[in-house]
Design a protein around this ligand. Structure first.
Ligand SMILES: Cc1ncc(COP(=O)(O)O)c(C=O)c1O
Length: 458
């Protein structure tokens, strides 16, 4: 065992058998034969890599995840909001096979045709003409790149004073240094030591954790922290905060855009988890009617292999000469082929439409659960096919991460797979199925979650 307590028990337990169109549980869980693999992982990996429900995934197709022992989970995780067009979508499998057959596995930044196709596709979904696309491998890298572009923008146009990056409390932008400096969870950046005055955070106007949703709070908070608008080179925000998912009020988002324009600060939207159809639009910022200068993409951009991108106004993206904004695996052929197939499929199919069509069913289903458990389901947030229920100490707004974990684990035993709860303190049960999930599968998942809540909270 690792040096930290396990989140989920590895002791196999008898659980009721389940056999429906979308779930099949026919063994003890975790499956006794799978336990040695978890133990091996604990022996050879740091504990930080543990902490997800103990399914040993053998294969994943569409909105189902299978193990080797006949169990099948209804997948409400999509990995972690990765596989927007479903797990192992055949169009992606074909694109990868085609690239393997050539064969072409690595290119650095030598040109290949698929990269040109991807860049053009990405620019095609930008909010206005005149954007450019730069491909990378991870969401954190995309955010680091946005930080670098923003700092360069401030430096070159105004001088070294214009270097402050404003982001939001409870924000998450990845686990690398810059991304964590921009993050809004103090616990996650303790390791960085004394703060960097070039990064400041302001309250996010979510309306629940912070009931004050006025844009004036943004201005007041900057003033309190001694930040002059003239020194701000960028404002960075997730289009919805993953911890909720929490959305900006429309008026706030629009005021923020105007403020950025007035102060020549770049508006950077982190779409790593929000983009590629998750909320029923290509990008979640479209709900606010704004046009960011920089857009960080990841996860659902490929629905599969590691790929990320920064999509930005050409003027911002053209700040560096050839060879100075690259990465070894920029445009790696397999992830790029996957992303091209993914974006073409998102355009061809009814994924965004389905996310919009099921918006009400998901929200109403969760609100119904909340009505049954008003003292424990503190807040329900939902848009398109991303949702969250924040579990609280009875009758309060204080997070109850242990109870959230218990509900999440109960769902796992019933054949409904979600990643471990997220949120400020691990209190948020997060829901993110594939964008083409059928209505009956979604409703079955809602019923299953409801049963788990009823059993946990009586
Ligand atoms: C909003 C957001 N930004 C950035 C990241 C970092 O992406 P990656 O894990 O690919 O580095 C994540 C990952 O969860 C995220 O949710």
């Amino acid at each position: 065992m690792g040096s930290w307590p396990r989140k989920y028990s590895l002791a196999p337990r008898e659980v009721p058998h389940v056999e429906t169109a979308h779930r099949r549980i026919v063994t003890k869980l975790p499956v006794p034969e799978s336990v040695p693999v978890f133990e091996r992982l604990e022996r050879f990996e740091p504990s930080s890599m543990q902490g997800q429900p103990p399914v040993l995934i053998d294969r994943a197709e569409g909105w189902h995840v299978h193990d080797r022992w006949g169990n099948m989970w209804l997948d409400w995780s999509s990995g972690v909001l990765i596989s927007n067009i479903g797990n192992s979508n055949p169009v992606i499998m074909d694109a990868l096979r085609e690239m393997l057959a050539r064969p072409l596995l690595s290119t650095y930044v030598f040109a290949h045709e698929k990269r040109a196709e991807l860049a053009e596709l990405l620019v095609g979904i930008a909010p206005a003409p005149g954007y450019k696309a730069f491909v990378l491998s991870t969401g954190s890298e995309a955010m680091e790149n946005c930080i670098k572009l923003a700092r360069t923008w401030g430096l070159e146009r105004h001088g070294p004073h214009k270097r402050v990056i404003v982001s939001f409390h409870n924000g998450f932008h990845g686990r690398t240094l810059g991304a964590q400096l921009a993050g809004g969870n103090p616990g996650q950046k303790k390791w960085i030591g004394p703060g960097d005055a070039g990064f400041v955070q302001v309250p996010f106007p979510d309306g629940y954790k912070n009931p004050d949703t006025r844009f004036e709070l943004f201005l007041e908070s900057l003033q309190q922290q001694g930040v002059k608008p003239a020194d701000v080179c960028a404002v960075m925000a997730e289009s919805f905060q993953g911890v909720g998912p929490d959305f900006f009020p429309l008026a706030y988002a629009r005021s923020l855009e105007t403020w950025c324009r007035q102060n020549d600060a770049l508006l950077v939207m982190d779409e790593v988890q929000a983009g590629f159809g998750r909320t029923g639009t290509w990008f979640a910022f479209e709900h606010y009617g704004i046009a960011p200068d920089l857009i960080a993409c990841g996860k659902g951009i490929s629905s599969s292999l590691p790929l990320a991108a920064v999509l930005g106004r050409a003027e911002v993206m053209e700040q560096y000469p050839p060879g100075s904004m690259t990465s070894t695996h920029s445009g790696s052929p397999l992830p790029v082929a996957a992303a091209v197939a993914n974006i073409r499929e998102l355009k061809r199919g009814r994924y965004l439409e389905n996310a919009r069509a099921l918006d009400t069913a998901l929200r109403e289903g969760l609100l119904d659960i909340q009505r049954r458990h008003p003292r424990r389901a503190g807040c329900v947030q939902s848009r398109g096919l991303v949702a969250g229920i924040q579990i609280v100490q009875p009758g309060t707004r204080s997070p109850d991460p242990a109870a959230a974990l218990a509900v999440n684990e109960a769902c796992f035993y019933k054949g409904l797979l979600m990643f471990a709860p997220v949120g400020v303190a691990g209190e948020c049960i997060k829901i993110a199925p594939a964008l083409d999930i059928s209505r009956d599968a979604l409703e079955e998942g809602i019923r299953t979650l409801g049963e788990a809540m009823d059993e946990s909270f009586g």
